[in-house]
Design a protein around this ligand. Structure first.
Ligand code: UDP
Length: 241
């Protein structure tokens, strides 16, 4: 299928569950391959692609430390950051096996496993057409990979943050709970604030708003969803100024 990209440089926030076995813990090579095929077609169109990988399919800090006195919240968050590195490694080899050049950069220093995150180096990789996989989140506890996506998206000068989730977009209520929830096609940052809508973590959202960086929330399970998002097709919900 033929399509033209709307964007030259994008940041894809891939939640860990996109690489998981639907509900169960761990990494699914089939799901990784399905995502990889799409990413391959995106870079083949000359789009510069940075991917922030989540870790929720392996461990989420807030859930892991909840209730217990043993594992401290910060410790659990560092464990979550390490989970994102595992996903990043899986995505890296998946793409490389398809002939797509990649670089894995981690915000948590881990020299034997990944390059450290260095902004200017990441930009060079993007310019050379390499998929830059950003793991380790921000490197700091008490935030999630949404914040990493907003931060890296802003500093790498992308045109849009593509937030791949398991719902079709932003709704006026939780669509997984309320069957009458209605999806928005477009939203302004102000409307999101006024109505207290859930787009991404508040801090991350605010960063995008300040930078006037558009956010597209879409469902990664839909056919060719990532390509369609990059093509600017009406998929998901776009939040902009
Ligand atoms: N995390 C963190 N700092 C970051 C990014 C992630 O502490 O900058 C931890 C946090 O515990 C989070 C986990 O890593 O729950 C996995 O990331 P996230 O929950 O964002 O994954 P996703 O929901 O996107 O799969």
């Amino acid at each position: 299928t033929d399509w033209t990209p709307k964007y030259k440089r994008v940041l894809l926030k891939l939640s860990g569950e996109a690489l998981g076995h639907g509900g169960k813990s761990g990494i699914s090579l089939d799901e990784a391959a399905a995502i990889g095929e799409q990413l391959k077609r995106v870079v083949a169109r000359g789009v510069q692609l940075a991917v922030v990988v989540g870790g929720g399919n392996i461990l989420r800090g807030a859930q892991f430390s909840a209730g217990g006195e043993t594992i401290k919240p910060a410790t659990a968050d560092y464990m979550g950051m390490l989970a994102t590195v595992m996903n990043g490694l899986a995505l890296q080899d998946t793409l490389e096996a398809m002939g797509v050049e990649t670089r894995l950069q981690s915000a948590v220093r881990m020299e034997t496993v990944a390059e450290p995150y260095i902004r200017r180096r990441a930009l060079r990789h993007l310019e050379k057409g390499r998929v830059v996989i950003l793991a380790g989140g921000t490197g700091n506890p008490f935030v999630t990979t949404d914040t990493a996506a907003a931060l890296r998206g802003t500093e790498l000068g992308v045109e849009v943050v593509l937030k791949a989730t398991r719902v079709d977009g932003v709704y006026n209520a939780d669509p997984e709970v309320n069957e009458f929830a209605e999806k928005y096609d477009r939203l302004t940052y102000d409307k999101v604030m006024r109505d207290g809508l859930r787009v991404m973590d508040m801090g991350a959202f605010d960063m995008c708003r300040t930078a006037k960086l558009p956010i597209l929330v879409f469902n990664y399970k839909r056919d060719r969803a990532i390509e369609r998002a990059v093509a600017g097709e009406p998929i998901g919900t776009i939040v902009a100024g």
